[in-house]
Write a protein that binds this ligand. Structure first.
Ligand code: MN
Length: 296
């Protein structure tokens, strides 16, 4: 199993339309998943006018969770959702068998700062119909020197209303001082530093880095002043195949998903937005893709 480690982000260009780069910490060559969390992109803060402008593109086999620290994003999708998200709110899209969506940052008078997360769906839930949820007024849990806005699962007996399909937890921590945070020892955890000066178990962690704790820990010591995203869950038991915006289990499934997107079949039907156009799938590599789990 992976050991406690700090993952430094890599810079990834978000689309070919804009110059926007994001800091990606998952998947990482040393770690593919933390519980069902399988993709972590951290944007900004930036005053860039094109902070986020991602044209229609598909997803399968996963949920996307959008979380903002500053700015506003308009989400549109192929099941007809049109939803603006603001800081402290959650947009949760369950792709299931397939959905297409687009995202556009809309308030250029504010800096833009946020994260985009993917959650792998277990086999029993990955073929469900696509749907979209939006939550405001998420519950807050408090510890000495720490306030947590809970957007996934349960933390300190405070439960998010959002629907997930695997044992999971997700919360934004605002820390001021030193906090002993209780953990569930059958969960593994990642702590992404969003802003400020933060120490985790006595180690200073840079903004944008993700500190990983394997299962087996009953607590973590956080200190400093800043914002930290906690992502946790039971280690994901299934091997998954992530390719582009799809999660499947086999090469053939991925080929079918790519061709369905190209035909705008099934859940991938057209919808209108203020961006226009869509993102074509890249070419498949010339090798057979295989499903994988975390490095041993
Ligand atoms: Mn997307």
């Amino acid at each position: 199993m992976p050991r406690e480690l700090t993952l430094a982000p890599r810079l990834v260009k978000l689309t070919n339309r804009t110059g926007v780069e994001v800091r990606r910490t998952l998947p990482h060559k040393e770690l593919r998943t933390i519980g069902p969390w399988c993709f972590v992109d951290h944007f900004g803060p930036t005053a860039d006018q094109d902070a986020m402008s991602v044209a229609a593109h598909p997803h399968t086999g996963l949920q996307t969770a959008s979380w903002l620290i500053a700015g506003e994003v308009e989400h549109r999708d192929s099941v007809g959702s049109v939803q603006v998200i603001r800081p402290g709110e959650l947009n949760l899209m369950t792709a299931g068998s397939g959905i297409a969506h687009s995202e556009l940052s809309i308030n250029e008078s504010q800096p833009f700062h946020g994260v985009q997360l993917w959650i792998a769906l277990p086999n029993a839930a990955r073929h469900q119909n696509p749907h979209f949820e939006h939550y405001e007024g998420l519950p807050i849990a408090r510890l000495e020197n720490l306030e947590a806005r809970v957007f996934a699962g349960t933390f300190l007996n405070v439960t998010s209303p959002a629907q997930y399909y695997s044992p999971i937890v997700g919360a934004e921590f605002s820390i001021s001082g030193e906090a002993q945070v209780p953990l569930m020892d059958w969960f593994e955890y990642g702590f992404l530093v969003l802003s400020g000066d933060v120490n985790i178990n006595g180690q200073s962690i840079d903004v944008g880095s993700l500190h990983y704790l394997p299962a087996g820990n009953e607590k973590v010591l956080l200190s400093g002043d800043g914002l930290v995203l906690m992502l946790g869950g039971e280690p994901f038991a299934e091997k998954i195949l992530m390719w582009w915006n799809f999660i499947g289990r086999s090469h053939d499934e991925i080929v079918e998903m790519k061709s369905a997107w190209e035909m705008r079949d099934g859940g991938f039907k057209e919808f209108s937005d203020r961006i226009g156009g869509h993102i074509p799938a890249p070419e498949l590599p010339n090798v057979t893709l295989t499903a994988r789990s975390n490095p041993q």
